[in-house]
Design a protein. Structure first.
Length: 181
């Protein structure tokens, strides 16, 4: 039986970022500032699973224009469904030391399968000297799977906002124990 170790994520050591095209020429980027979750790694610190719950209202695009930020926030959540859940179901090696992560993403009350690519995780030391497990994953989702639009008339053909949303995760968790027992 393979040995696995799990940790609670530290939001201060994590990032959950996204990017999507705007008007076909620009990019909107942002991050979620409030989330909870856990990560699971094997004895070699390879990311094997994670479970994240994000507060869709914590979206920050860095824009001072609240109306534009609200439009983008509606891509991810609503008053009826304020949480986003990303839960892995399987991780397997692919090429060049990377791993494919199969996951279920729940937004707007609908769950769909997504694929992410992850680098092997590693133990590191943060600026305070604390041991921390760090893993990175990324992928692209098609927001049409959740039938999400900001303005249906203007979005015909993906001109206002692109259909593909690139998601990048950096998961950090204090490694109180390292699984080498």
């Amino acid at each position: 039986m393979e040995h696995h170790v799990g940790w609670a994520v530290d939001p201060g050591a994590c990032r959950v970022d996204f990017m999507l095209r705007h008007l076909g020429v620009g990019t909107i980027a942002g991050r979620f500032n409030r989330f909870t979750g856990t990560v699971l790694a094997d004895a070699a610190y390879v990311l094997r699973a994670f479970d994240l719950t994000l507060d869709a209202a914590s979206l920050d695009t860095g824009s001072d224009a609240p109306a534009g930020q609200m439009h983008v926030a509606r891509l991810f959540g609503s008053d009826e469904h304020p949480a986003i859940q990303l839960r892995t179901t399987w991780a397997r090696p692919i090429a060049h030391g990377r791993y494919q992560i199969d996951a279920l993403l729940t937004m707007h009350g609908e769950t769909h399968y997504v694929e992410l690519t992850a680098d092997p995780g590693e133990l590191d030391t943060d600026r305070t000297g604390r041991r921390i497990y760090v893993a990175r994953a990324e992928g692209t989702i098609d927001r049409r799977q959740w039938r999400v639009s900001v303005h249906p008339v203007l979005e015909a053909g993906g001109l206002l906002l692109g259909h593909d949303v690139h998601v990048r995760l950096m998961l950090g968790a204090p490694a109180e124990h390292d699984g080498t027992r």
